[in-house]
Design a protein around this ligand. Structure first.
Ligand code: HAM
Length: 430
């Protein structure tokens, strides 16, 4: 029997992990520049955390199981609900706004394809207790900053506000659960299905037409003028439109104006209440959405006080795919910088000592662990792509010296044993 990994999961090998770690570090650094602090929550939670308010789309995709105590548990499909739970458990008294970020894997039982996995990673944040539109403006600026720092080009940030469509559906007296179904169809972009559904639920033609027009509206600021025509005197929609306009003012004022207003954004989770945004990289094809988020009221839905919250999560795997597709080389550190090569058996212990000193000085170092002959050792050092080899020979040692070979230039230099660490630190870090 050949052992296989489960469908929709991946193994990551060395090179890929180095790239992922670089991107992880960079994104975390930018989150911290905006005052976010990292948190970790469990990989599994009570099933009800996700079935209560996350929406049908997610509920169908949940990996759930019973433990030996008969508890219904779920592998987390996302991290906003766990963070809201954590907030309710421990952080309600912490001064706000509260800024948290996370990096962790999520699980969704989806049909795997390029960019869509059953285990995938999210790097995201939640800002609890900020006020719209300032919190949203900063969160969107943070998302853009992250991608710019990574050197990602050709990404598009699309911004909408659910209050506009919800306001119109409320006016048409469409019930909450039916609204959620409508939002799910808008989110999937299934316009024909949506039309059929709206007919089945007997939505008046005038509302139906407004809705279909609205979800097709996309463009720069001028789109707001178009929206105005549709919202009439619907106060909820007018407020949402004003919120959107205020948010765009903030983004314009900080010099970020390359957004697209998109009224067709519905998000696949039911807890969003106002501003929503998604980031696309079109070259990725069907799974082009590399990030999504917005303002939500999950804490209140879970029984806490009304506290405005905004957040978003990068689909980490899709960010990686976008960088890869763009072909921009990531600045990766060397795996091993120095190889300490004993020329003969009797100097092996000395090599161990030198390697230890180099590691203590923060230089990644390898030495011979396989008893290889000298020629093989040099070819091993070549394969490792080290910058320097320290050649440890009995005759040099008698003079209190070793030979350091610069692997790029090929030049060799005799260095006093007691100076070799400083010499290499200077060369490598200098
Ligand atoms: P989401 O849009 O469901 O939002 O997921 C965030 C991102 O995760 C997506 O934009 C996508 O890039 C990535 N993603 C989703 N499913 C998969 C998959 N099967 N394979 C690979 N990548 C995937 C949320 O989860 C919200 N919790 C985001 C949020 C935070 N909203 C407020 N705060």
């Amino acid at each position: 029997m050949e052992l296989q990994k489960p469908r929709g999961t991946r193994d990551f090998l060395f090179e890929e992990m180095r790239k992922r770690k670089y991107v992880e570090r960079t994104l975390k650094r930018i989150f911290e520049l905006y005052g976010y602090q990292e948190i970790k929550t469990p990989l599994f939670e009570d099933l009800s955390l996700f079935t209560l308010k996350s929406g049908e789309g997610i509920t169908e995709q949940i990996y759930h199981f019973q433990d030996k105590g008969g508890r219904d548990l779920a592998l987390r499909p996302e991290l906003t609900a766990p963070v809201a739970r954590l907030y309710l458990n421990q952080l309600q008294k912490t001064p706000k706004p509260l800024k948290m970020y996370y990096f962790g894997s999520c699980f969704r039982y989806e049909r795997p394809q390029a960019g869509r996995f059953r285990q995938f990673w999210q790097l995201g944040c939640e800002l609890i207790g900020g006020k719209s539109p300032y919190a949203e403006g900063e969160v969107i600026a943070l998302a853009a900053h992250c991608l710019e720092e990574l050197g990602l080009e050709d990404f598009e940030i699309h911004i909408g506000n659910l209050g506009i469509i919800r306001g119109i559906l409320d006016q048409a007296q469409v019930s909450g659960p039916v609204q959620d179904q409508i939002m799910a169809l808008i989110d999937k972009g299934e316009v024909e299905e949506l039309k059929k559904f709206l007919t089945n639920v007997n939505l008046e033609d005038s509302y139906k037409n407004i809705l279909l027009e609205l979800i097709g509206l996309k463009g720069h600021r001028e789109v707001l003028k178009e929206v105005e025509k549709f919202v009439g005197n619907n106060s909820q929609a007018i407020n949402a439109l004003q919120e959107l306009s205020d948010l765009l003012d903030i983004l314009d004022s900080i010099g970020f104006s390359s957004y697209t207003v998109n009224l067709g954004i519905a998000r696949g989770l039911d807890y969003y209440s106002g501003t929503v945004f998604e980031i696309y990289v079109h070259g990725l094809g069907a799974q082009k959405q590399i990030s999504g988020g917005g303002t939500y009221n999950l804490i209140e839905l879970f029984g806490g006080e009304k506290v405005e919250s905004t957040g978003f999560a990068f689909g980490f795997d899709r960010v990686m795919a976008a960088l890869d597709q763009q072909g921009a080389p990531l600045p990766l550190d060397k795996v091993v910088e120095v190889f300490v090569a004993p020329i003969s058996r009797e100097v092996r212990l000395k090599s161990f000592q030198i390697a230890r000193k180099l590691r203590e000085a923060g230089i990644s170092t390898e030495t011979d662990l396989a008893g290889k002959k000298f020629k093989k050792l040099m070819s091993h050092a070549n394969n490792l792509e080290v910058s320097y080899v320290v050649l440890v020979g009995a005759r040099d040692l008698e003079q209190g010296q070793v030979t350091v070979k610069d692997m790029e230039s090929g030049q060799q230099e005799l260095v006093a044993l007691e100076d070799v660490v400083d010499f290499l630190v200077e060369r490598i870090r200098g």
